[in-house]
Every structure is written in structure tokens, then in C-alpha cells.
Design a protein around this ligand. Sequence first.
Ligand code: CO8
Length: 257
Amino acid sequence: MEFICYEQKGFVGVITINRPKALNALNSQVLEELDQTIDAVDLESTRCLILTGAGDKSFVAGADIAEMSNLTKAEGEAFGKKGNDVFRKLETFPIPVIAAVNGFALGGGCELSMSCDIRICSENAMFGQPEAGLGITPGFGGTQRLARTIGVGKAKEMIYGARNIKADEAYRLGLVNAVYPQEELMAAAEKMAAGISKNAPIAVRNCKKAINDGLQVDMDQAIVIEEKLFGDCFETADQKEGMGAFLEKRKEKNFIN
Ligand code: CO8
């Protein structure tokens, strides 16, 4: 792969987008490589993913504007679909994904971070959907996920005004869970990922699915989704181990997938 690095650290997989010449902007090749990287993650040995950008300036500075500049309507739609398919794959990926946003997360970069389960960022991070200033709408889910994440009014203000926000405002709006000095960001992401990975893998996956799927339907249907996924945990080795450890007053737990 030219633009994506993948590193396995225990139960945690770290995906790094590395296209420094364009501040890690997403061209077709980056999207394709990201897609292939996600497909190649070994779910037997991986319990959590971290997604970040290389360097200390940019997570992802958006979709590649040079590549997009001469697209026809049909090509624009196809490019949007390509990004949406990859981002949706990440959003619905069975295990949690943490975005470690290490700088600019603009346009497609903000959208990519929002397709992850949890976002944390560095103090120099900047989020925004500048598309209206480029003559387009957000095209990788920004109109939908930003409104769902920070609320309709704030999302509309940011998107209509193409207004970028800094890390402290992103934190106040609930777009990120925490802000760290740049040099502490990856350690914080790894600590969070390790904290997730020590819990029962089937339970964590079912939690993700219950939250994500439940948010798409009304409360009566959502509760049924939770009931099913809750029930599915019983009779698993992890349920026996988790409850067994409590009853035996044992601190060490040995969860398997
Ligand atoms: N695309 C292509 N190249 C980029 C991008 C980008 N999004 N962002 C930065 N670059 C390139 C620059 O062109 C420059 O290249 P070069 O050195 O060859 O001139 C290099 O990266 C460094 O950038 P700057 O010199 O501009 O660095 P600065 O520190 O001065 O500025 C900024 C950093 C503020 C991030 C600035 O680069 C910028 O504004 N970038 C564009 C941000 C943006 O508008 N992003 C949104 C793009 S639109 C989008 O993402 C739509 C998503 C949905 C697509 C749906 C398809 C249909």
C-alpha cells in the first residue's frame, strides 16, 4: 500500500493515512487502500481499531480537491458513493473504531472521523465542512452525521457558513470526547483501545450494534434490538467467564472471541 499503514499492537489495530504531500487528503487510491485495509483486519485477533493521520498537522484535509475539480455529475456521484461505502463499512464494522484526530479534519476528514465510534483529538485539531465554499455539499455523509452528532442547529450553522471549529469548541459541542497535547494523543487512544479490548469481545460488538442499529429506529423497535443482542450474549464463553470471575471474586479474566 502506498498511502495506508497498518500496525497491530496486541488486540488493537492502528490504521494510519499517510499522504503528507496533500495533508492526507482522500483521493480515489487512498479510499481504495482504506477499503482494502478494513477488509483485511483479522477479527479473530483484533478487538478495537484506531484511525489516525500521519504527521502532526493533519488527520485528513478532506477529499482531494484537485481530483474532484473536473468531475462530471455522474463521476461526482460515483466518487461520493465510493467514500460513503468505505465510511459506512467503518461505521458498521463489528469492532469499535477510535478516531485519533491529530490536526485538520476538514470536509471528508471530518466525515471520516464521524464514521468512527469515538473521536479524540489533539489541541491543534480543526474540524469543519468547508464544502459550501467550494461549490458542493458535503458528500461523504457530513450533512447526516454532523447533524446527528452535534445537533441540527449547530450542524447547519457550521455547514451553511463553512465555518471550521477548533478543538475546544469541538469538545464543547460533543464532537470529540477529549482533547490532548499532540504528543499524548496516540498514547491516549491506545489506552482507550486497550480499555475496550480487555472487555468481552462479543459483548462489546453487540453493544456497538445495539447502539448503532437502535438509533435508526423508534424506541419500541430499539428495545427489541437490544433484547436480541443481550440474549445472544448468554451461553457464550465470555458470559460464563465474565460472570464466573465476579462470582469467584477473581480479578483476572480470560475472554476469548
Ligand atoms: N485536496 C487536495 N490537496 C490538498 C487538500 C485537499 N483537500 N488539502 C491540502 N492539500 C494540499 C495543498 O494543495 C498543498 O499542496 P501543494 O504543496 O502541492 O500546493 C498541500 O496539501 C499543503 O496544503 P497548504 O499549503 O494549503 O497548507 P496550509 O497549512 O497552508 O493550509 C489547510 C492547510 C487549511 C488544511 C488547507 O490546505 C486547506 O484549506 N485545504 C482544503 C481543505 C478543504 O477544503 N477540505 C474539504 C475538501 S471538499 C471535501 O472533502 C468533500 C468531501 C465529500 C466529497 C464528495 C465527492 C463527490
